[in-house]
Ligand binder design. Structure first.
Ligand code: NAD
Length: 276
């Protein structure tokens, strides 16, 4: 039976990943700050024929990672899969929003992932085996306007995963960066933005998504088991990366157009505020 630890598994993609592993009969540690959601996930895992347990974890706190490593050692003695998936979102122009939101998102999305990797790599090195998946985003590959702090954390997770992919290859530890486009979860509920139109935009792209959370989880599972460096599950995401790599002029043209549109909307919003 595979021993699988998933952070952020109380909701959204983490829960879908837990249920995907449950189909394989895995034993799953649901690690999250949301105790109620974690319990629900375990109930769902059990209903799907798997086995699960909850662990309270705030991914930003090194001591809590240390306590979790201790619990895993006591309970399992070894570990097969670690998925650093917990994450939050921001969406703002570079000069908008609060500086504290940069610290918030870097602590969770980037340092939280690095802490998870640092905590469980020694155990995997001793075993000479293991799989690590770090949830990044298409946003880390395409780095589009108005999402600087989110983009930075996700590009950082890709850089971290690529570094580890080769650093740990000789230890038979496979490392994958998961880079999905948008799909419906609860990510918008905790998103921080000073721009109300951003939430409307996210709702629209969630609605239009080519994949559900379950479909992303299925593709992620297969990619992880193959030990791929990057999992880019959305067809539109693969097309975007192709265009960036081989037809960069087209993307740059689109982004310059988008910049003009962003400026127009910002000036309109300022004018409206001044006349109110
Ligand atoms: N939904 C999308 O469109 C999308 C696209 C690309 C990447 N992602 C990434 O997928 C991952 C999962 O997000 P989701 O979309 O399922 O959102 P979600 O909000 O449904 O789930 C996120 C989970 O992370 C947990 N979490 C947040 N902060 C935490 C902390 N400090 N410690 C422990 N757990 C914490 C939450 O409690 C929640 O259970 C995130 O890394 C997100 O950036 C999502």
């Amino acid at each position: 039976m595979q021993k699988v630890l998933i952070t952020g598994a109380a909701s959204g993609l983490g829960r879908a990943l837990a249920l995907r592993f449950a189909k394989e009969g895995a034993d799953i540690c649901v690690a999250d700050i949301n105790a109620e959601g974690s319990k629900e996930t375990v109930t769902m895992i059990e209903a799907a024929g798997g086995k699960g347990w909850t662990a309270h974890l705030d991914v930003t706190v090194p001591e809590q990672w240390e306590a979790l490593r201790h619990d895993v050692e006591e309970r399992w003695g070894s570990i097969d899969v670690v998925i650093n998936n917990a994450g939050v979102a921001t969406g703002d122009r570079i000069d908008a929003g609060e500086w504290a939101w940069w610290e918030w998102i870097i602590d969770i999305n980037l340092k939280g992932v690095a802490l998870g990797c640092r905590t469980f790599t020694p155990m995997m090195k001793n075993q000479n085996s293991g799989y690590i998946m770090n949830t990044a985003s298409l946003a880390g590959l395409m780095v589009l306007p108005s999402m600087a702090s989110y983009n930075v954390t996700k590009a950082g997770v890709i850089a971290l995963s690529e570094t580890m992919h080769f650093e740990l290859d000789a230890y038979n530890i496979k490392v994958t960066a998961l880079c999905p486009g948008f799909f419906r979860t609860n990510l918008d509920k905790t998103m921080k933005t000073s721009d109300p139109s951003m939430l409307k935009f996210v709702d629209k792209v969630f609605e239009k998504s080519e994949l559900t959370a379950d479909e992303v989880a299925d593709r992620a599972y297969k990619s992880l088991m193959k030990g791929e460096l990057i999992c880019n599950p959305h067809p539109i995401g693969r097309k975007a990366v192709f265009i960036k790599r081989y037809l960069g002029f087209l993307l740059r043209w689109q982004l310059r157009k988008a910049s003009v549109d962003l400026k127009r909307r910002e000036l309109e919003a300022k004018a409206k505020k001044n006349s109110a």
